[in-house]
Design a protein around this ligand. Structure first.
Ligand SMILES: Cc1ncc(COP(=O)(O)O)c(C=O)c1O
Length: 410
């Protein structure tokens, strides 16, 4: 194990096309020729003949990744705009539970006067972690920032899981846990939530005993339904011999206190947060996590050194400078959630679920097609966009009208 150093004279370096037979490394690709390089790419000095060998590029890919289904990301704003024939500013795009109010004005000022974009960012995100410590009351030693909570989910898995290890997932929930487990060669054991979307704790305990998964991913409030995990349930799961990753991406909208500081008490707890929802910085990619000190040191070792960009750190620090704005936006979103909930309840074919988040999940009843409904709402001006995360369900996020971040009431 480890790194082997080869010292060589670069002038004598040459490239050899490996003479691999299809059998020697289990090459079973269906294509038998190399694809030509794209026109813009630099040409290789290594001649490649079409009939040379049946080696295909995908044969280099790790077997478990060859079977991986790609993550289904959102449609970029510009693509949606072209497709719908509407200007981006006429679309309220909310299908990834973004915060439609935008970030505080301080963010735009900070980005506009960025001084050192040509210098690599602070690998320890010191300014941001200090600001987060002040914001959360948890010392910065326990905090690590990332390129969104998404990066931290993957980083945790890379630090914790050997290929073949098991994780416990409780669907329906954020699909990134299952996706990243697949990327990391882990096995996903599913303990579905009950019909009211609460956790099936009895079954979780049984599965932990029988299957010995290494970690469990819990989301509170949960995406897609917005339900929360109460203290008793969380404590019961923390009692098990399993690493608990508690994803609090939407905690600000719940009115409940974050469990960030619990990591000082529980050696098997990690709590994840993000700037994407609370501070409307989804496009800049900033998330953070709170970790026990015995765990965080390994994440520091394994993370990409410059994972939080200069722009991302600047923007996140600037957003934290205006807590009043963040609070006002949160209140506006929660008020709108409550207003929308009442309206949705009046629709005969919709059954909305109470939510502690910035979205509402709605069951579509009486044989109405959820997908069709989504696209009908898309065709109206200033529509609230629904997301059919589950087949018979719609997902709503709303705001009163076409308010933007320059709204003077915020
Ligand atoms: C539960 C949950 N966790 C994490 C994320 C991703 O957060 P980030 O934008 O910080 O990567 C999302 C995004 O929708 C989410 O729903």
């Amino acid at each position: 194990m480890g790194v082997t150093d080869f010292f060589c004279n670069t002038s004598s370096l040459c490239l050899h096309r490996p003479k691999l037979s299809p059998d020697c490394c289990g090459l079973r690709g269906s294509r038998t020729t190399f694809m030509p390089p794209p026109a813009a790419s630099t040409s290789s000095s290594v001649p490649v003949k079409e009939d040379d060998c049946s080696l295909t590029g995908d044969s280099f890919i790790r077997p478990h990744l060859r079977k991986l289904s790609p993550y289904q990301p959102i449609l970029p704003f510009e693509v949606l705009s072209t497709r719908l024939g509407r200007k981006p500013e006429d679309i309220v795009k909310l299908d990834a539970n973004e915060n439609p109010y935008g970030p505080p004005p301080e963010v735009f000022e900070a980005l506009g006067s960025m001084r050192f974009p040509y210098i690599y960012p602070d690998p320890e995100s010191r300014r941001l972690r200090a600001a987060l410590a002040e914001d959360s009351g948890l010392e910065s030693d326990y905090i690590l920032a990332g390129c969104g909570a998404d990066e931290l989910i993957d980083l945790i898995m890379r630090c914790v899981l050997e290929p073949g290890d098991k994780i416990l997932d409780c669907p329906p929930t954020f699909t990134m846990y299952e996706f990243d487990a697949g990327v990391n060669g882990a096995v996903v054991i599913k303990v579905p939530r009950k019909s009211d979307f609460s956790l099936d704790v009895k079954r979780i305990i049984e599965v932990v005993e029988q299957e010995k998964p290494k970690c469990i991913f819990l989301t509170s409030p949960n995406n897609p339904d917005g339900s929360i995990i109460n203290d008793d349930t969380l404590l019961e799961i923390l009692n098990l011999p399993i690493l608990v990753v508690l994803d609090e991406a939407y905690i600000e909208f719940s009115g409940l206190e974050s469990r960030l500081r619990w990591v000082k008490k529980f050696e098997n707890l990690i709590v994840l947060r993000t700037f994407s929802k609370r501070a409307a910085l989804a496009g800049l990619r900033v998330g953070y996590g709170a970790f026990p000190l015995s765990i965080i040191e390994y994440l520091w070792r394994a993370k990409q050194p410059y994972n939080v960009s200069v722009a991302a750190e600047l923007a996140a620090c600037a957003a934290l400078q205006n807590p009043d704005y963040l609070e006002n936006v949160k209140v506006a979103l929660v008020q709108e959630r409550e207003r929308l909930f009442k309206l949705l309840k009046e629709v005969p074919f919709l059954n909305p679920y109470p939510s502690y988040s910035n979205f509402i999940l709605c069951e579509v009843t009486s044989g109405v097609d959820a997908k069709k409904l989504k696209f009908q709402s898309l065709s109206r001006p200033f529509a609230v966009l629904g997301k059919h995360t589950l087949q018979e369900f719609l997902h709503f996020t709303g705001r009163p009208c076409q308010k933007r971040c320059d709204d003077s009431s915020l």
